[in-house]
Design a protein around this ligand. Structure first.
Ligand SMILES: [Zn+2]
Length: 453
């Protein structure tokens, strides 16, 4: 009883994070404030400056608010107006009007500057794999709708159940993006993002993103890139060789010559490595085969290594109230261009599986905990005009979804850096990142309101 009481007392006694300490950190380490004057949008009459709109949305994400409506309610507070440099409160329509026409280049430059600072400060060093920085490329569907669409929407036919219970085919509109994210470091910083355009494949957007990264970062920035077979095209392999990235590609059961050739080889051979990995609640028995110096494809004969695993994964499941072990069998194939002297097939196996952890920690975190899938500003027609001789009422292109996503990636990276690199409280008390967000939000409410002039 006393122990429980003391634990509760201790919880309330704990110091907590404050918004001024967060601001001081991001300004001192990442010079965020210095980048604000470069922000711009297409509005003519700007009583609320673009920097204030940016800061409103940025803190909305820092506090983990789920919608513009929630943010609008907070913008009525003098504390938040003062904090973001807004002369008065403003509604969510003002937010939309500004963000739908926001210039994305300065936002992308802010993200690049933050990531380069992380690297300069050696914050990306922990977790290096044999001295190498590892990034991963992945795609995500950001929103889908049967009714709202814009000129940048992708389309697909989906079979649904109609009012009469019969299957009916409908057109669904959606947006997808491809992102590149650091995976070896504690802060899983997003390096860049590219939207899939109507009529093109995701591999095209991925290639565009990869080709842009060296321009944005001025170097190859990371050493190893993990990606799946969807992107495993000759131009990507050629580009990686040119830039200096080593690749680890996860291959699916596709009709790929290389895959078939490798399988014929492996079927007649004993596994060259066998080992067991034991994790809480899971036991993984692994057999590995590999073959070096195979050409990637006929048109891209760069030599690659193929690593193949057969894995028996035993996990405990509850069946009719009884806990019992169940074993499933998996097969994996990876292609890599790593230096085989430095990276054994087992190291490739480890890297290949780390990519799948990303799907739980990277995009999923953004969609479940950071409101990525809320379709902010999608198909928003409330935006400034850009009249032409033919069309006096022509609207500026809608950049809302791209701008909001970049602000989200900035908030995600800076909050992760604050919690994982700077906060002593997170280390000492194991405070969750979501609780830190709540502490920052509470701290805003506790700030004294601005004095009347
Ligand atoms: Zn759209």
């Amino acid at each position: 009883m006393w122990i429980a009481y003391l634990t509760v007392i201790r919880m309330y006694d704990r110091p907590s994070h404050t918004l001024p300490s967060f601001d001081a950190y991001v300004d001192k380490v990442f010079h965020l404030r210095e980048a604000l004057p470069a922000l711009r949008d297409a509005r003519q009459d700007t009583e609320i400056p673009p920097a204030a709109v940016f800061r409103a949305l940025f803190y909305g994400f820092v506090f983990r608010l789920r919608s513009f409506k929630e943010l609008e309610a907070d913008l009525a507070q003098p504390q938040l107006q003062q904090h973001i440099g807004a002369p008065r409160s403003f509604r969510d329509d003002a937010l939309r009007y500004s963000l739908a026409s926001f210039a994305t280049e300065p936002l992308e430059q802010m993200l690049v500057a933050v990531n380069r600072q992380l690297k300069r400060n050696k914050a990306l060093d922990p977790g290096r794999v044999q001295g190498h920085l590892v990034a991963a490329l992945d795609g995500i569907e950001v929103l889908s709708s049967f009714s709202r669409c814009c000129s940048d929407c992708l389309q697909r036919r989906v079979t649904c159940t109609g009012a009469d219970g019969q299957p009916v085919e409908r057109i669904q509109y959606y947006h997808r993006a491809v992102g590149c994210q650091m995976v070896s470091s504690p802060v899983k910083a997003f390096l860049g993002l590219e939207w899939v355009a109507p009529g093109e494949g995701e591999d095209k957007a991925a290639l565009r993103l990869l080709a842009r990264l060296p321009d944005l970062y001025g170097s190859h920035f990371f050493d190893i890139l993990l990606l799946d077979s969807l992107y495993a095209q000759a131009p990507v392999v050629n580009l990686a060789q040119e830039v200096g990235w080593s690749l680890v590609l996860t291959l699916k059961q596709e009709n790929r010559d290389l895959y078939q050739d490798a399988f014929v080889l492996f079927s007649t051979r004993e596994a060259e490595d066998r080992f067991t990995e034991q994790h809480p609640g899971q036991r993984r028995e692994v057999q590995l085969w590999s073959e070096s110096n195979l050409p990637f494809t006929q048109e891209c004969p760069q030599p690659v290594r193929v690593v193949h695993s057969q894995e028996a994964v035993t996990e405990n499941h509850y069946r009719r109230g009884q806990r019992q072990p169940e074993t499933t069998f998996q097969e994996w194939v990876w292609i890599d261009t790593l230096n085989p002297q430095m990276f054994s097939p087992r190291a490739v196996w480890r890297l290949g599986h780390s990519r799948w952890k990303l799907e739980n920690n990277g995009w999923n975190d953004l969609t479940q905990n950071w409101a990525l899938k809320h379709g902010f500003l999608h198909a928003c027609k409330h935006r400034p005009k850009q009249p032409t001789a033919e069309d006096r009422a022509k609207l500026v292109p809608n950049r809302g979804l791209a701008a909001v996503t970049l602000v989200l990636l900035l908030a995600f990276t800076l909050c992760s850096a604050f919690c994982l690199l700077h906060s002593k409280l997170v280390r000492r008390y194991h405070v969750s990142l979501r609780e830190v967000a709540r502490q920052l939000y509470r701290s805003l409410c506790q700030q004294p309101p601005a004095r009347a002039p």
